[in-house]
Design a protein around this ligand. Sequence first.
Ligand SMILES: Nc1ncnc2c1ncn2[C@@H]1O[C@H](COP(=O)(O)OP(=O)(O)OP(=O)(O)O)[C@@H](O)[C@H]1O
Ligand SMILES: [Mg+2]
Length: 249
Amino acid sequence: MSLLSLKNVTRRFGSLSALSNISMEVPQGELRAVIGPNGAGKTTLFNLISGFFPPSEGELLFDGQSVKGVPPEKLVHRGMIRTFQITEIFLDLSVYENLEIAVETAHGLNLRPWLSPARRRQVRAHIDELMQTLHLEDLAYRMAGELAHGDQRVVEIAIALAREPRLLLLDEPTAGMGDEETDRMTDLIRHLHQERGITMLFIEHDMSIIFNVADRITVLDNGHLLAEGTPAEISANADVQAAYLGAAR
Ligand SMILES: Nc1ncnc2c1ncn2[C@@H]1O[C@H](COP(=O)(O)OP(=O)(O)OP(=O)(O)O)[C@@H](O)[C@H]1O
Ligand SMILES: [Mg+2]
């Protein structure tokens, strides 16, 4: 069974159809890239999946259950976690404090004024595990706002991972990054997919990343589903070449 299923989903903003009649199935464990030119509807797709607004028409299923109209905070509890096209972390807190808030929230402890020593140890162990996985140990006590853009993106992913997502949605995780930062993010995405088996959808413009790591690719163009397939199928697809890849290659 698919973890995520979209059936004939349409989203209109006034007279504009940002997405038209999109159907897609994302099986458990898949790493799916979503590509398409600017304004194709990629972020709108993420907004619909993660409950930021409902589809105008169509059906959305997560783990076999309808999630149409379910708000983001409820979806987060069910394991659907996203990051944004613009990085969202607490800039005036340290990396450690950012993760502390994320882990305490994930454990349902954020409103407790006092934690037992056992709970405190559990929270610390989880923070340490996240910092190790994401190689953030050296940055633990740096203010998030002082970090390089690439490191901020990694912190954002650490925050998302604190909730142990079943579906992770990454909106342009490498946007604005240099080559080295991009390589590091690509390795991280590959690791989360291969070692942790997290089902992921990621929006990306960099073709080398997409063709390197994605199991399958969904191509949007002007709100329509232009194509879907393996990297080999997509790179050989004449429609995709004409509409999108032609300019990039
Ligand atoms: N909340 C909104 N209200 C009105 N129009 C919107 C809204 N969100 C998106 N749109 C419109 O929907 C279309 C798709 O936008 P979207 O942000 O999904 O594109 P995108 O593929 O993510 O583009 P980019 O690569 O630039 O991030 C655009 O024409 C955009 O202006
Ligand atoms: Mg976008």
